[in-house]
Design a protein around this ligand. Structure first.
Ligand code: ATP
Ligand code: MG
Length: 453
């Protein structure tokens, strides 16, 4: 799609915003790709005389030929006016009221245009560091556009004429496949540090690059992420790593200095693992995760975090054993210590952290060839075995154990779920792990859902 299209331009002189209207015949968004429920909401708002637009990630994804996972609507109707139009509508949110129109399992979120203005109204409050605390003023569509994070996320599909409205140059940026913050990047990151992760995540998801000015503050401002709510960072991590682009997310976080803040101990451990074996294992695990997502197979946060924090665990274990601690005790302590430290940044719920630790602690069982039936029937056996196969990438000496336990399962499941390329490693990846510990690791409470990856 070229840029030779009819355009109508009007200007918002005050802010130098220039509206570009991309008419229906100059963009690829078709109503048949929009959820029928979202269309219903848009039409009803329009028929009641309100402005009604599809906005945000859905417009962006449709422009690049993707399938949006949800459809958000923006309007000049107030939440109360929206509720009056739909029986199946509830209002949510205290900080900013939103309308949810519910169609069975699908929810269409309808937001009134909102502003983040520094107009002295007092409705916008900034933390000393520049972080946004409240933003609850209704505004115009222009206000609504500029308070969004990236230009690609600030496009409006108008139901009245099926055009795309662009106030910030997002249409061109999508065509050029570039993530670009609206406004001054440093200010926008200080307002909300999670935008740093969103830049990397959306670039990974869409295969976009990050614009120079949007990328350059990342390594410098990365420490601001420590101020973000750990629960929000957990949610963001799930989107980074369990949406089918985990490998690209990881590489993006790594290259922009964000990994150091997100998983500090693992990041350090990866750097000090000079052979790069641990990193290869991690990337292999993330590629497997992506393959599972692509195949529609389940993926689990417990397995993901077992993978992400494995370098930290190995390092902690090595340190404790160097102090002469008994293997089984050192494993438990290392698992607890790594988990505790990580929780300060990312709020990993216990239903995931417990099976994560279990996956680690069960690794030493693979070196033992006794009480096999009991181990095979352990609820976390399969996840632990999948993990062992990944370790083989870093440390080919696990090949024996992998073969033995695959055999032991009597071919009960297909080999090759996590087929590891065994020539990739050079053997020192998890050298700290005892091959044949004397004691069995403690059985831990089962529960939660480790799944297999
Ligand atoms: P995806 O749904 O693929 O994760 P998305 O862009 O739709 O990506 P959402 O979290 O669903 O992300 O947000 C919807 C829209 O809200 C975004 O497209 C953007 O316009 C706006 N938005 C979300 N988070 C922020 C933020 N931190 N700062 C400013 N605007 C945001
Ligand atoms: Mg979305």
């Amino acid at each position: 799609m070229g840029l030779t299209m009819r355009e109508q331009d009007t200007t918002d002189a005050a802010r130098g915003l220039q509206l570009r209207v991309i008419p229906r015949d100059a963009h690829p968004i078709s109503r048949k790709d929009i959820s029928p429920n979202a269309l219903r909401v848009l039409y009803r708002l329009r028929d009641a005389g309100f402005g009604a637009y599809l906005v945000g990630g859905a417009v962006r994804d449709l422009l690049v030929g993707g399938h949006p996972k949800d459809f958000d609507v923006a309007t000049n109707a107030t939440p109360e006016e929206v509720r009056a139009l739909f029986r199946n509508c509830r209002l949510i949110g205290r900080r900013f009221r939103l309308a949810h129109v519910v169609f069975g399992r699908e929810i269409i979120e309808v937001a009134t245009f909102r502003a983040n203005t520094d107009d002295g109204s007092g409705d916008r409050q900034l933390h000393e560091g520049g972080r946004l605390l409240r933003d609850n003023v209704y505004g115009t569509i222009e206000d609504d556009a500029v308070r969004r994070d990236f230009t690609a996320n600030a496009l409006y599909y108008a139901i009245e004429d099926f055009s795309v409205r662009d106030y910030v140059g997002g249409f061109e940026d999508v065509q050029n496949r570039v993530m670009k913050l609206i406004g001054d990047p440093e200010t926008r990151y200080r307002e909300d540090p999670v935008r740093m992760l969103r830049a990397v995540r959306l670039a990974a998801k869409l295969g976009f690059r990050i614009d120079g000015a949007t990328a350059s503050p990342l390594p410098v401002l990365a420490p601001l992420l420590r101020e973000a709510a750990p629960a929000r960072l957990f949610e963001e991590c799930l989107k980074l790593f369990l949406s089918g682009h985990a490998e690209r997310s990881f590489l993006g976080l790594e290259s922009h200095g964000l990994l150091d803040v997100l998983v500090p101990e693992s990041s350090q451990a990866l750097r000090s693992n000079r052979s790069g074996a641990l990193r290869r294992m991690l990337l292999e695990g993330l590629r497997n995760t992506d393959a599972r997502v692509a195949a529609g197979e389940p993926v689990s946060p417990a397995f993901l975090f077992a993978l992400l924090l494995w370098p930290a665990y190995c390092r902690a274990l090595m340190a404790l054993q160097a102090q002469g601690m008994h293997a089984a005790e050192a494993q438990r302590r290392a698992a607890d210590r790594v988990t505790l430290h990580q929780l300060q940044v990312i709020a990993l719920p216990r239903r995931f952290s417990l099976p994560m630790q279990e996956i680690w602690l069960l690794q030493s069982r693979f070196g033992q060839r006794k009480r096999m039936g009991r181990f095979l029937s352990h609820p976390r056996f399969r996840a632990a075995f999948d993990f062992l196969e990944l370790r083989q990438v870093a440390s080919p000496e696990h090949a024996d154990d992998v073969a033995f336990w695959r055999e032991a399962q009597g071919g009960a499941f297909a080999a090759g779920d996590h087929e590891a390329d065994s020539d990739a490693g050079d053997g020192d990846g998890d050298a700290a792990l005892p091959r044949r510990p004397r004691r069995r690791p403690r059985r831990r409470r089962s529960g939660g859902s480790a799944g297999t990856a």
